[in-house]
Design a protein around this ligand. Structure first.
Ligand code: AR6
Length: 180
């Protein structure tokens, strides 16, 4: 199983191979964690994003991921993904799982071992955090990701506690399956 840890704090401070960014489809920056990552990385990150191919301004559709250099961050790469807008997306759970899965696959394809992740879609995009945590953590447990070291950076104490609770819930479920 992947090694998973939870850190209450700013993902910009992460020292890892890749930092995952909760972006929007244009990939040209925004608020929340996206804004913080761009500020931390400096202007070269925006330049790298702008060079990614776009279709009518869309560089990364919902549920997909793209990789760039990480500018001044303590990481080799930023992996930009786009989570669903909870209240308008036709299949938010599928798209949220897909955003995590696409990000982790891109990390593996680029020889990354340690990855920092935010609570994708749990801010401006309005995903209920407990449900989001369960979806995210179940994807992280998929066998293809077992060699990764994953650090979830949760901004508030409430989110930090909530993600730890979700992880406990998943582990209990897994041990019940093993018991029976
Ligand atoms: N480090 C870790 N987590 C953070 C940080 C940080 N520095 N800053 C915020 N968070 P959001 P979304 C938490 O809104 O919901 C952007 O404008 C935050 O408290 O950043 O996927 C993009 O360009 C929340 O728990 O991302 C898109 O337009 C979580 O990160 C849109 O927001 C995600 O909140 C994406 O919305």
């Amino acid at each position: 199983m992947a090694h998973i840890e939870f850190i209450q704090g700013d993902i910009v401070s992460a020292q890892v191979d890749a930092i995952v960014n909760a972006a929007n489809p244009g990939l040209l920056g925004g608020g929340g964690v996206d804004g913080a990552i761009h500020r931390g990385a400096g202007a070269s990150l925006l330049e790298s994003c702008a060079q990614l191919p776009d279709v009518n301004g869309i560089r990364c559709p919902v549920g997909e991921a793209r990789i760039t250099q990480a500018g001044k961050l303590n990481a080799r790469y930023v992996i930009h993904t786009v989570g669903p807008i909870f209240h308008t997306d036709p299949a938010p759970a599928l798209h949220l799982a897909s955003a995590y899965r696409a990000s982790l696959r891109l990390a593996l394809a680029n020889q990354c071992r340690s990855v920092a992740l935010p609570a994708i879609s749990c801010g401006i995009y309005g995903y209920p955090p407990h449900e989001a945590a369960l979806i995210a953590l179940k994807v992280c447990c998929e066998p293809e990701f077992h060699q990764l070291q994953l650090s979830f950076f949760l901004f508030s104490h409430e989110m930090y506690t909530l993600w730890q609770d979700a992880w406990t819930q998943i582990q209990k479920g897994a041990s019940h399956q093993t018991d029976s």
